[in-house]
Each structure stands twice: as C-alpha cells, then as structure tokens.
Design a protein around this ligand. Structure first.
Ligand code: UDP
Length: 376
C-alpha cells in the first residue's frame, strides 16, 4: 500500500518529516504533496530531512481568505487523489489546508490519518481557526495519532473509538533530537555574525494570528525594556516571514546592540539556538514542545494553550502579553536561580524521539501489514 502525506507550513513539515522518513523505510510507501504555503520555509525543512515533494498544489495566493484556502485545497487535491488512489491520507495539526485536505480524502472515502490529534482548547473560537479545524478533522479521521495521553483523553471524552487512537509522543521531539545534536555551522548570516560567547541568550518567537496587533506590540515593548536593563543578555528573535510580525518588532527593537533580529531560521540553526538559549519566550506551539526537551524554561505569550502538559509539568508558564508581566517573568528567570532550576528540571512530557516509529506501526496496522507498538 501507498499513503499520501499532505502539508504546507513549516511546523507541519517539521512534525511530518520524521514520519515520512520512517514510512520511506517501511512496508508502506509514501507520496508527499505540498500545498505551497510558507514555500521558502517549507523547502528548508524538506531539504534538512532529504524529502522531495511529489506534487505541489500551489494553493496560496497573497491576501486570500480561509474560504479560498478551503475551496482551492478541495479543487486541487481531489484530482491528485483520484489519480494516485492512496490507501490513506495523512495530515498534521490544525491548519485550514490540513482540514480541507482531510475533507477531500473523506469525500473520496479515503481514510484520514491525523497526526497530533486530540489537542483542545475550551472554546471553538480560540485560537481561531485552529481549534475548529482540529475538532472538524477529528470527526472525519479514521486513525488518530495522539501525541500524549492528555490528547487521547480529549478524544475519548468526545466519544472517539479507543481502537482508532494510538498514543505516539510528538514527532517534533524526533525531529529535534536528530537535529539539535548536530553541530552544523550556522547558516543564517546575521546569526553567524553574532558573537554569543559569554552572553545570556533569551530566544523569542511570536507570529500567531491571535498575537497580531496590540498584544505583539506589548511584547515588543517588554523586550525592549529587558534589553535595556540587562546588558549581559542578548535577545535573539527570528522574525516570521509575515509582514504583520516584522512591522511591529523591527521598529520597536532595531538599533539595540543586544537584540538580534534574523530572518526565519533554518531548522538546524533554530534547534541549535534553542539548545544555546537560557530562556525561551514564545507563542508557538512547536517551540513550546521542543524547549522542555532541551531543559529550557518556556514563557508562553498566550492566555490559554492546547498544550497544557508542559504547564502541568512545570517547564512552561502561560504569561499572556501584559507588558509588565512579560518583563517581570523574564527578569525572574534571569535572576531567581531556584525558580529557574524548578522550571528547567521538570520532565519533558511531549515525547521520547520514537513517535515516528509508533506512528508508522499504527499506520501499517491500519493497512493490514503490521502490528502496533505500545503507547507512549
Ligand atoms: N522554527 C524554525 N525556525 C524559526 C522559528 C521556528 O525552524 O526561525 C521551528 C521550530 O523549531 C518549531 C516550528 O518551527 O519546530 C514552530 O513553527 P511555528 O512557530 O511557525 O508554528 P506553530 O508551532 O506555532 O504552529
């Protein structure tokens, strides 16, 4: 049998890559179809993992709405599905294109496999549209690859058949562990030219829709204050390609010697930078999961999270985007060693680097060519 993996954004690619690699060496073949979103960042990730897409749907146009993403995904993926007749379609996470790709498969009665299934926030609107996309995907999914027992329990509470769920760990940890340990030279020219010797590094990323505008501006002002009051700290902020992110952070932070703004970093650069950082401040889902497995405390610039495991374990803290609070929480981690140690030493709840093997075993089992592995 042959399955088809469909993805388009950087985080989807990072989480899908270990599974695609493992499928390539399994009894199940895999075709890779990209949607064309985040094209440059996606190419970088595929290159790191040696993946060459078999088809590119080229769905994304500047300024198009979610309805256009949905309808274009349906229009362009359906003929590819008809032609290649995959035994199942694999999608990851909660983007609108992942949901629409699942829907295209569902309409052709092709089983849907959902990677990172079962994440939930309390209301369907938060974050919009991801929470809705997640819930909609769950209803048309045949095999739920849940990253953690918490995610499995969310699915069970909604009446999902337990036999359709495998708990795999999160494949982002597989990607990270195979990447962070490599000591490849830094590729980004700005980062490569930055001397971090003896510096305390605060790594920041912020790009989510819910942070756009005033919340992001408050974060930017808080970072400027930390930079000005902490001369031995270097804040490194890889900027997302989205101009809504750049237009806020660049004017607020440019011109400071101890703030480094870079282009989106390739995955090997970013993984090595995370390993080098003392504190991670982020609104990203993937970064929230990665940092704890490198023993880094994470301050989450959001009011709720579909990833409560690290908050419960104590390695992550939800701090929102109040300017004073962001300053205080960073300062506390920089100066309160006991507090720092408590967060840094908590156990990473997201995976053990074997999520891809468990996922592939569950996929083989679904397709009748193998046996499942025990849950994570
Ligand atoms: N990442 C990267 N380069 C960067 C910033 C992030 O490779 O400059 C990686 C990071 O390691 C993580 C993923 O991108 O695996 C997170 O993606 P993003 O924050 O775009 O999306 P989210 O996780 O919030 O969906």
């Amino acid at each position: 049998p042959r399955v088809m993996a469909v993805y388009g954004t950087r985080p989807e690619a990072i989480k899908m890559a270990p599974i695609v690699q493992a499928l390539q060496g399994s009894a199940v073949g895999v075709d890779v179809v990209v949607t064309g979103q985040h094209r440059h960042m996606l190419d970088q990730v595929n290159a790191v993992f040696g993946i060459e897409p078999d088809a590119d749907l080229d769905i994304f146009a500047h300024g198009q709405g979610l309805e256009a993403v949905t309808s274009r995904t349906l229009d362009r993926l359906t003929p590819v599905l008809r032609e290649r007749e995959p035994a199942a379609v694999i999608v990851q996470g909660d983007t609108t294109s992942a949901f629409a790709a699942g829907l295209a498969a569902f309409y052709l009665k092709i089983p849907v496999i959902h990677v990172e299934a079962g994440l939930r926030t309390p209301t369907i609107w938060s974050p919009f549209p991801e929470e809705g996309n997640r819930r909609l995907l769950s209803r048309i999914t045949t095999l739920h690859l849940a990253p953690t027992p918490t995610a499995r329990d969310n699915l069970l509470r909604e009446g999902t058949d337990p036999a359709s769920i495998a708990v795999t760990g999160n494949s982002v940890i597989d990607a990270l562990l195979t990447t962070a340990g490599t000591s490849r030279p830094i590729a980004d020219p700005t980062l490569a030219a930055t001397d971090l010797d003896g510096r305390r590094v605060v790594l920041v990323t912020s790009h989510r829709r819910e942070s756009w505008g005033e919340p992001m501006a408050r974060t930017a002002r808080a970072l400027a204050r930390v930079a000005d009051s902490e001369p031995d700290v270097t804040i490194v902020l890889p900027l997302h390609a989205n101009p809504r992110v750049r237009d806020i952070f660049v004017p607020a932070l440019a011109g400071r010697a101890n703030v480094v703004l870079t282009e989106p970093l390739g995955y090997t650069d970013f993984a090595q930078l995370t390993a080098r950082a003392e504190v991670v401040v982020t609104d990203s889902g993937g970064v929230q999961e990665e940092a704890p497995s490198l023993g880094k405390p994470v301050l989450v610039l959001r009011d709720d999270t579909e990833r409560p495991e690290a908050v419960t374990a104590g390695t992550a803290k939800l701090i929102g985007t109040d300017e004073q609070r962001v300053v205080d929480e960073i300062e506390r981690l920089l100066h309160d060693a006991a507090h720092y140690a408590t967060m840094a030493n908590a156990v990473n709840p997201y995976g053990d680097g074997k999520a891809a093997a468990r996922s592939v075993a569950a996929i083989e089992h679904l397709l009748g060519v193998g046996e499942r592995l025990p849950d994570f």
